[in-house]
Design a binder for this molecule. Structure first.
Ligand SMILES: NC(=O)c1ccc[n+]([C@@H]2O[C@H](COP(=O)([O-])OP(=O)(O)OC[C@H]3O[C@@H](n4cnc5c(N)ncnc54)[C@H](O)[C@@H]3O)[C@@H](O)[C@H]2O)c1
Length: 308
């Protein structure tokens, strides 16, 4: 029997996640949204693409959360995206209401599900999901680090004229302007970036990575990035369903790691069928730790604004 993945929020990121996921033929998919007819229409359209790519995937759209019953994974993308000039934190109050509802209405029918959260402000929404669903920390993970690292990888590959496959970057910390690109750990086929790029070029790439989401928001004018966020979610879902024990950067609940407690924060984690199997702790130098703490305090400030 195929796994079942329900995606709450059938907007740009939700429907694009469904698209990437369907291509992998690893799960049947349910799309849920509050807009009448929209998830049904998108699901039907995607279902009709399956014969062309030869994938046997059932895709269902609904306005009724009962359609998500028995899901192995619930992906939460419901909520407002940024508008030009807005920070992710500006979305907190509105999206907290939406994420709370999405969590309450899904956990009751899928008590064993693992939650993958995308809605912004990401670390805060992942925290809220865990609290509302009363789940153990390993069953909730937020997507941020794969995307932020992929942005940096793309910029480095362009700058150096090498394959993106050879570029590994590690962008950790909160999914906001204070995120922490670890240049010392990032490398091209094993050679550290700091040996390949002059400091000013590396600093420019770090800065562009930090503002990578905002750059797209200001180009699009309405809505935010969706192709790269959606493939990042897909990689996480794939790693969980296939029990890959894949180490990726993602937002996980910390209980003392990196000196941080009671916070969702971007760190390397190992993903498998049980969710977050392990938080990996890098040895950070004092400069990197200070950047971590600065980023963590801005996430913690926003978590403190939540009511649950
Ligand atoms: N973590 C990341 O890396 C990342 C990347 C991109 C987007 N995001 C965030 O993901 C969220 C969605 O972005 P998007 O581009 O898909 O936006 P979108 O507006 O295209 O889609 C959001 C959808 O959520 C639906 N929705 C609203 N309330 C709902 C509810 N209670 N139940 C079910 N559905 C509901 C809306 O009708 C809409 O279709 C935003 O908060 C955005 O900031 C995060």
């Amino acid at each position: 029997m195929k796994a079942k993945v329900s995606i709450v929020g059938a907007g740009m990121t939700g429907s694009t996640t469904a698209h990437w996921l369907a291509e992998r033929e690893i799960a049947d998919i349910v799309l849920v949204d509050v807009v009448e007819g929209m998830p049904q229409g998108k699901a039907l359209d995607l279902l009709q693409a399956m014969p062309v790519i030869g994938k046997d995937v059932d895709v269902v759209g609904s306005n009724d959360f009962d359609a998500t019953a028995g899901s192995d994974i619930i992906v939460i993308t419901a909520g407002l995206p940024r508008k030009p000039g807005m920070s992710r934190d500006d979305l907190l109050a509105a999206n907290a209401t939406i994420v709370r509802e999405a969590t309450e209405k899904t956990i009751r029918n899928s008590p064993d599900a693992i939650y993958v959260v995308l809605t912004n402000p990401l670390d805060v929404m992942a925290y809220l999901t865990m609290k509302v669903a009363k789940l153990p920390p390993q069953r909730v993970v937020g997507q941020a680090g794969i995307l932020d690292s992929a942005r940096m990888r793309a910029f480095v590959a362009q700058e150096l004229g090498v394959s993106v496959e050879n570029v590994q970057c590690y962008v950790l910390g909160g999914h906001g302007d204070e995120m922490v690109p670890l240049t010392r750990h990032s490398n091209v086929a094993g050679t550290p970036l700091v040996e390949l790029l002059p400091p000013d070029r590396l600093a420019a790439i770090v800065e562009r990575t930090r503002k990578g989401g905002g750059e797209i928001v200001s180009l699009l004018k309405t809505g935010s990035a969706y192709y790269a966020p959606a493939i990042a979610v897909t990689q996480m879902v794939d790693a969980i369903l296939k029990d890959k024990h894949l180490i990726v950067n993602a937002s996980a609940y910390l209980q003392g790691e990196y000196g941080l407690k009671d916070i969702f924060f971007g760190v390397p984690v190992q993903l498998g069928r049980k969710g977050v199997e392990k938080v990996i702790e890098y040895k950070l130098n004092s400069e990197e730790l200070a950047a971590f703490q600065k980023s963590a305090s801005s996430v913690a400030e926003n978590i403190a604004k939540l009511h649950y």
